[in-house]
Design a protein around this ligand. Structure first.
Ligand SMILES: NC(=O)c1ccc[n+]([C@@H]2O[C@H](COP(=O)([O-])OP(=O)(O)OC[C@H]3O[C@@H](n4cnc5c(N)ncnc54)[C@H](OP(=O)(O)O)[C@@H]3O)[C@@H](O)[C@H]2O)c1
Length: 347
């Protein structure tokens, strides 16, 4: 049985406006992010109906408020619960990609926090979503609580973006901030882990893989095309490099950057830069993230916020859910109109 469910279908009233019902939402992953999202959706006042969850081990005890939630280990079986939207909060890129493709191919919309699942595949996944009248949103996969996807979309609506530079990895920023305040590298990594920002194995953050995936997502958002992930040059954060920054002094940040040249060519990279004179980046502390997008006409848009952690990421997931709730009736009607046209032309 679903929690909070109302069973009215989308339908047309006399004025041809869609009648709304609570959207059924399934959550994939009940870890730091997924459990946080599920707990929000299980609240009485939510406009959504939390109907199922995907986990690795359905026999595991869950938070008391989620005790009645049906949990599955097989994505295909979870989709039989007929969610309208799936929230992908899985830690694995491969499992996330499989889930997103399975959901979209059934017309189920997706909000994903899982950058590795979508990096390099957004063009394909958006096409897939459109074919099945579903919507794919992914603001929580980049920037946590900093509205980076939204800011880049806004810049694109105002003109042609020329350059994006951003602090995209909360763990690396946390380590650099702690070291600037005197911590040793190993202590700074441990503090990031204790604060819940760095994984027990922080290699995806330190190697720059995380920032690479995120800048590729922003590249698609800004320029409407994919960039080859292997073409994004990445500098890892090693202990030696971090110590050199401390010795050098000043404010050092990991910046991801993508630029579009006059011929439309794209160049992207992730590296370290001294930013003492940059008013946006120099003040980003701890797990903070920040972004600047500059358009061809010189107009610059910026945003900043907490780049990691349950609260800002869940907030971002709820923002995307609201966007989907607004878009879905239209997608559904488009699908029905197309089906009607096909029936009329066949008849
Ligand atoms: N943590 C952050 O601050 C943050 C911020 C932004 C985005 N993200 C992204 O959000 C996603 C989730 O991160 P997280 O920190 O919440 O991860 P996490 O705590 O490690 O998530 C673990 C959850 O995923 C389930 N799970 C793992 N592998 C599975 C599989 N193959 N099939 C089904 N369920 C599986 C686990 O099931 P069991 O409970 O049964 O073990 C558990 O419930 C990641 O892609 C991450 O990059 C995280």
């Amino acid at each position: 049985m679903c929690l909070n469910v109302e069973d009215k279908e989308f339908s047309l009233n006399d004025n041809a406006a869609p009648v709304r019902r609570r959207l059924r939402v399934a959550v994939a992953g009940l870890g730091v992010i997924g459990e946080g999202a599920a707990l929000e959706l299980a609240k009485d006042e939510t406009p959504y109906a939390l109907c199922a969850a995907l986990v690795r081990d359905p026999s595991k005890a869950r938070a008391a408020k989620l005790a009645a939630l049906r949990t599955y280990a097989d994505p295909a079986v979870m989709l039989v619960e007929h969610p309208d939207v799936v929230i992908d909060a899985l830690p694995s890129g491969e499992a996330g990609r499989r889930l997103i493709e399975a959901a979209l191919s059934k017309g189920v919309s997706v909000v994903t926090a899982n950058k590795q699942a979508i990096a390099g595949a957004l063009a394909l996944l958006h096409k897939h979503a459109a074919q099945h009248h579903a919507v794919l949103e992914y603001a929580p996969s980049v920037g946590g609580g900093a509205p980076m996807v939204e800011t880049v979309r806004r810049a694109r609506s105002l003109g042609a973006p020329r350059e994006i530079s951003a602090i995209l990895n909360g763990t690396v920023n946390f380590i650099l901030s702690a070291m600037k305040n005197g911590a040793a590298f190993s202590d700074a990594v441990k503090r990031a882990q204790d604060a819940g920002f760095a994984e027990p194995d922080p290699s995806a953050d330190l190697s720059g893989e995380d920032a690479r995936a995120k800048i590729s997502i922003l590249t698609y958002e800004a320029f409407g095309r994919e960039i080859d992930l292997d073409a994004i040059a990445v500098e890892p954060l090693t202990e030696e490099r971090a110590n050199a920054f401390s010795k050098n002094g000043g404010v050092w940040k990991q910046l991801a950057r993508i630029t579009r040249d006059a011929n439309g060519g794209l160049r992207a990279g992730v590296g370290f830069q001294r930013v003492d004179s940059d008013p946006l980046f120099r003040k980003v502390e701890r797990e903070g993230n920040a972004l600047r997008v500059v358009n061809a006409d010189g107009r610059a848009l910026t945003c900043e916020g907490r780049g990691a952690g349950r609260e800002p990421t869940v907030e971002s997931i709820l923002g995307d859910l609201n966007r989907i709730a607004l878009a879905l009736p239209l997608r559904k009607l488009e699908g029905e109109e197309n089906a009607l046209r096909r029936r009329v032309s066949v008849g």
